[in-house]
Design a protein around this ligand. Structure first.
Ligand code: PEP
Ligand code: MN
Length: 351
């Protein structure tokens, strides 16, 4: 941390700041320039509380040098993590995020019934998707809306996995459900509305299952990576980030899907980055273009809502593409992936 003193700061002001640093059990290192003085603060990062200096006389600004997310941050610029879901333990194909392959997770917003999720799974697989999604526990804005089938929905997802061999990705809403959802799911999804539910994140840190961590709809990347730190520091190192769009003044889409987060997150963290163009746009006709753009931007996976009959979808029908659209999209994604030295055709790595 570096404390930049104002050009008008007095020697007393500098000495006061140096004393505050020492009182925190840290070492002060004042550097006098031609116009101003800066005080470098050296020592254990956890003891550094920048706020303590903001109001000290003569202080202009406080700059943090190290990121506040040590486990999510890259140890070296080339570091990249791979996260594998599925495999023999759940009798499904192993799918890896963060390698050369770009897996596609597809499926309906909600698990509507056993036959419906099996049909969706088979359609997703036939179209070339690598994993199946579907919400059993649904976070709904309105308490009277369909809340999901709960544990029955998890059983339906397991049946769809059995029928297709696709690993399953599903949301966990509460700390008390983490164990239950972990029993069935191959990957736990943390939804945008729960992205700063720190107790839930801690509980996922104890889970043996990989986590798909969605960005909060008004979350900065700094906050997203600090939220991941809750999971990583709990001992669960299998975290995949997911951009699903943020709230802005823009109203031609449900959310604003910022694709520059892909290279920016790759710059800051070793964790794989997945793009959800469905929640990111809210409109099915925009999904293929944004999925292709995401692959071009270097994403490590896609999460796409697909429904056998979007008109009849219980939730998020407007943003759900059909299996036919997904089947048309997959070879296009493959061509774009090849152009950026990746592949969308094969996402499985037998472990
Ligand atoms: C979902 O994946 O269906 C969902 C609710 O996503 P989000 O948390 O991004 O809104
Ligand atoms: Mn949805």
């Amino acid at each position: 941390m570096i404390i930049v003193m104002h050009p008008s700061a007095t020697q007393d002001n500098v000495e006061h700041v140096c004393k505050l640093v020492r009182d925190m059990g840290l070492k002060d290192h004042p550097i006098q320039g031609t116009n101003l003085t800066v005080v470098a603060v050296i020592g254990d990062d956890r003891k550094k509380d920048g706020d303590k200096f903001e109001q000290a006389p003569g202080v202009d600004r406080v700059m943090k040098v190290l990121q506040p997310y040590t486990l999510a941050a890259k140890a070296d610029p080339k570091q990249r993590s791979e996260v594998t879901i599925g495999g023999p333990a759940t009798n499904s194909q192993a799918v890896t995020f963060g390698g050369d392959a770009i897996p596609v997770i597809a499926g309906p917003c909600s698990v509507e019934g056993e036959d419906a999720i099996i049909e969706a799974g088979q359609a997703a697989k036939a179209a070339g998707a690598h994993a199946l999604r579907g919400g059993a526990f649904k976070p709904r804005t309105n308490p009277y809306s369909f809340q999901g089938h709960g544990e029955d929905g998890l059983k339906m997802l397991a049946a769809a996995r059995e029928a297709t061999g696709l690993p399953i990705v599903t949301e966990v809403l509460t700390t008390t459900d983490v164990e239950l959802v972990s029993e069935y799911a191959d990957m736990l999804q943390i939804g945008t509305r729960n992205s700063q539910n720190f107790k839930l994140l801690e509980a996922c840190g104890d889970s043996p299952k990989p986590v798909l961590m969605k960005r909060g709809m008004s979350m900065t990347l700094d906050e997203l990576l600090q939220a991941c730190e809750y999971i990583l520091s709990g001992g669960n190192t299998q975290v995949v980030l997911c951009e699903r769009g943020i709230r802005t003044f823009e109203d031609h889409t449900r959310n604003t899907l910022s694709l520059s987060v892909v290279p920016e997150l790759h710059h800051r963290t070793h964790l794989p980055v997945v793009i959800d163009p469905s929640h990111g746009t809210g409109k099915a006709h925009l999904v293929p273009a944004m999925a292709k753009a995401a692959v071009a931007a270097g994403c490590d996976g896609l999460a796409i809502e697909m429904h056998v009959n979007p008109e009849k979808a219980w939730t998020d029908g407007a943003q759900s593409i059909t299996p036919a659209t997904l089947a048309e999209l997959m070879p296009q994604l493959q061509r774009i992936a090849e152009a950026v030295d990746r592949t969308c055709a094969e996402a499985s790595a037998v472990s």
